[in-house]
Design a protein around this ligand. Structure first.
Ligand code: FMN
Length: 228
C-alpha cells in the first residue's frame, strides 16, 4: 500500500520505520511502586511537551467480547488507580456497565515509550465527579448537557440548537448532568515499554500480588521482564 503525496514519491507503509534509541529501562530506573513509576513517566512526557500527554486509548468490551477503543483524558492518578470522565450512557460506559474491565494505552511515541494498563473499572462517587465538573470551563459543562454521547443524530444543527437551549436554561451555575461522571480503573497489571535498537525493546510489567493492595503500595506488586 502507498500513501499519495503530490510533492513527493508515494510513501510505502512497508518502508516506514523508526530506530528506537532514546533510552533503556531496568528495574533500578523505576520507583518501586507502580503509581510512582507511572507518575515519573507521565512527568517525563509533560516535560518533553508531548501533545496531550494525559491522553490514553481506552479499550472496553461488551458482554459478547466485542471490543471497542477510543481516546479519553486521564484526569487523576492516585493510590486507587486511574480516573477519566465521560457520559455514563455512552458506548464505552454501556460496555463497562456490562463488562467492568478495560485496558488503556498511553502512546508516547515521540519518547519511544508506551504504558499499557489492564484492570477492573468502577464508577467514582457523584461527589467526586462533581468536584471535577465544577472546575471545567463553562462551554465544556454546557457540552455535557448537549451531547447524548454515542447516539446517532441527523445533523450538526441539532447540537447548535441544544447548545443555545442549555446556555439559556443555565445562564449562571451549570449543574452536573445525571448521566455524566467518572470511572476508576483499578490496575491489575501495568507495563512500561521502552523502545530499543534491533527491536529488542525493554518491557517491565508490574502485576498485583495482593488484591487489596493500593496502586502505590510496593509490597502489593511484583515486577517481571517480558520478551519484546
Ligand atoms: C485527545 C482526545 C481526548 C478525548 N477525551 C475524552 C474524554 O476525556 N472523555 C470522553 O468522553 N471523550 C473523550 N474524547 C472523545 C472520545 O474519544 C470518544 O469519541 C467519545 O468519548 C465517544 O466514545 P464512545 O462512543 O466509544 O463511548 C477524546 C478524544 C480525543 C481525540
Amino acid at each position: 500500500m502507498s500513501l499519495e503525496n503530490p510533492d513527493q514519491a508515494p510513501t510505502r507503509l512497508a518502508d516506514l520505520r523508526v530506530h528506537y534509541d532514546q533510552g533503556h529501562l531496568d528495574l533500578g530506573d523505576l520507583p518501586s511502586d507502580p503509581l510512582s513509576a507511572f507518575q515519573a513517566w507521565l512527568e517525563d512526557a509533560v516535560a518533553a511537551q508531548l501533545p496531550e500527554p494525559n491522553a490514553m486509548v481506552l479499550s472496553t468490551g461488551d458482554q459478547n467480547g466485542q471490543p471497542s477503543s477510543r481516546t479519553v483524558l486521564l484526569k487523576n492518578a492516585d493510590e486507587r488507580g486511574l480516573i477519566f470522565y465521560t457520559n455514563l450512557q455512552s458506548r464505552k460506559s454501556r460496555e463497562i456497565w456490562e463488562n467492568p474491565h478495560a485496558s488503556v494505552v498511553f502512546p508516547w511515541f515521540a519518547m519511544h515509550r508506551q504504558v499499557c494498563v489492564v484492570g477492573s473499572v468502577s464508577p467514582i462517587s457523584r461527589t467526586e465527579a462533581q468536584e471535577y465538573f465544577i472546575s471545567r470551563p463553562r462551554d465544556s459543562k454546557i457540552g455535557a448537557w448537549v451531547s447524548e454521547q454515542s447516539t446517532v443524530i441527523a445533523d450538526r444543527s441539532i447540537l447548535d440548537a441544544r447548545f443555545d437551549e442549555f446556555s439559556r436554561r443555565y445562564p449562571d451555575e451549570i449543574p452536573m448532568p445525571d448521566n455524566w461522571g467518572g470511572w476508576l480503573i483499578v490496575p491489575r497489571t501495568i507495563e512500561f515499554w521502552q523502545g530499543r535498537p534491533s527491536r529488542l525493546h525493554d518491557r517491565l510489567r508490574f502485576h498485583r500480588t495482593m488484591e487489596s493492595g493500593n496502586f502505590n503500595d510496593p509490597t502489593a506488586w511484583a515486577v517481571e521482564r517480558l520478551s519484546p
